[in-house]
Design a protein around this ligand. Structure first.
Ligand code: FES
Ligand SMILES: [Fe+2]
Length: 401
């Protein structure tokens, strides 16, 4: 498909309608997805507690790119491109590790934790290592959550920080710990996964476990009283009252979206768990369960759901035109001990069964949109958030994106 045909397809797209097949299957569109979206957006790379000591690092891999996210100093995290400045080998090969230096396994060039080349054998007299530091990409830490951006001039992160720091403060996520992190591979284009995440039209049929406690699965429920009670109770439990919503076309810069919105849980449910009862100690400064849960979002493809006792972070990324990954992190109070204060299986139960179900429906969706008979259908009013995403997407990959 040539470039103008893609532009035309994007600009002619009707309102509130599913995407044309080409957006899921055309290699040239996929290339635009990577260049225009993933190389320019703020992306979740991990949590500070995964690299607690100076010299600890973990890899953030996206498609063909690999980044070493390293604790360079007590209060400094760097995102170094995992490509050796000699002949381009990957330097770190394991998902995580620790050391004073990052040493390339090919010919042994060694870099310090800020990426400066420290030693390279047999390179002669006039060799200048100062020119050969590892490349770096932008990296920001928001309440312990590490975000990276591949763009040379990324959209400012400050508006995201300004809007979310106060909302997130009571959770003390900078002091939280990762209780579990799991990648769910999906045989589907990344957009099918994001489309699915951004609507709850499918929740009632697909997620009986989730639907028990979450009002979003029940669009017909009369909720104004529940909202009122929740908002009244939240401040007494130490929660911030603020709600913010600047996503997709309303973002303050491309790929720098943010959202923090609260909704009540169904009566009797304190958190997202098998029976609605707590599965971990309260987070941070939260003093009690306020009867709700909070969605938050950073950038276009990182979503989180914050309960009072744990937070799940959902990060989506492509791993090929018809493949994607959903990388889920469960965060709990930093003082909580596994096996004593929480049980990993209980903690992860709801979002594991829910994600396994999502994986099934997303993969079924991918099979269907691959058919020669597929035709994009109309979206429901319950899929407005999905349409917001799609509209933004179409602008990003279209002529002026
Ligand atoms: S490619 Fe890394 S030392 Fe040669
Ligand atoms: Fe779902």
């Amino acid at each position: 498909m040539d470039s103008q045909a893609i532009d035309r397809l994007a600009s002619a797209h009707p309102r509130m309608r599913a995407l044309d097949q080409a957006f899921y299957t055309e290699p040239e569109i996929y290339r635009r997805d990577i260049e225009r979206i993933f190389m320019r957006s703020w992306l979740y790379a991990g949590h500070l507690s995964e690299i607690p000591n100076v010299g600890d690092w973990m890899l953030f891999n996206l498609e063909r790119e690999s980044v070493i996210v390293v604790r360079a100093a007590k209060d400094r995290v760097q995102a170094l491109v995992n490509v050796c400045r000699h002949r381009g080998s990957r330097i770190c090969l394991l998902p995580r590790g620790r050391g004073k230096l990052l040493t390339c396994p090919y010919h042994g060039w060694s870099y310090d934790l800020d990426g400066r080349l420290r030693s390279a054998a047999h390179m002669g007299e006039d060799f200048d290592p100062s020119e050969l530091s590892l490349k770096r990409i932008a990296c920001e830490v928001l309440e312990g959550l590490i975000f990276v951006n591949f763009a040379a001039r990324p959209a400012a992160f400050e508006p995201v920080r300004a809007a979310l720091s106060e909302c997130l403060a009571p959770y003390r996520l900078d002091g939280a710990r990762v209780a579990h992190r799991q990648v769910y591979p999906m045989a589907a284009n990344w957009k099918l996964a994001v489309e699915n995440y951004t609507e709850c039209y499918h929740c009632a049929p697909a997620h009986p476990e989730y639907s028990r406690g979450h009002i979003l699965a029940h669009p017909d429920l009369k909720t104004s009283e529940m909202y009122g009670e929740m908002f009244e109770r939240a401040p007494a439990c130490g929660m911030s009252d603020a709600q913010v919503n600047r996503i997709y076309r309303d973002a303050t810069g491309f790929g720098a979206d943010f959202l923090y919105e609260r909704y009540p849980l169904i009566r009797g449910h304190l958190t997202g768990s098998q029976d609605g009862q707590p599965v971990a100690p309260l987070l941070g400064d939260i003093s009690d369960y306020y009867g709700g849960a909070t969605d938050f979002q950073v950038g276009p493809v990182t979503f989180a759901l914050a309960y009072c006792d744990y937070v799940v972070v959902y990060a989506f990324r492509p791993s090929g035109i018809g493949r994607s990954e959903c990388d889920i992190t469960w965060l709990v109070n930093g003082n909580a001990r596994a096996g004593e204060d929480y049980d990993v299986e209980q903690l992860t139960w709801l979002w594991d069964v829910t994600t396994e179900a999502d994986k099934r429906i997303i993969e079924n969706n991918a099979r269907g949109v691959g058919s020669r008979f597929y035709e994009p259908g109309p979206l429901s009013g319950i899929e407005t958030y999905t349409w917001k995403f799609l509209q933004w997407y179409l602008e990003a990959v279209g002529a002026d994106g």
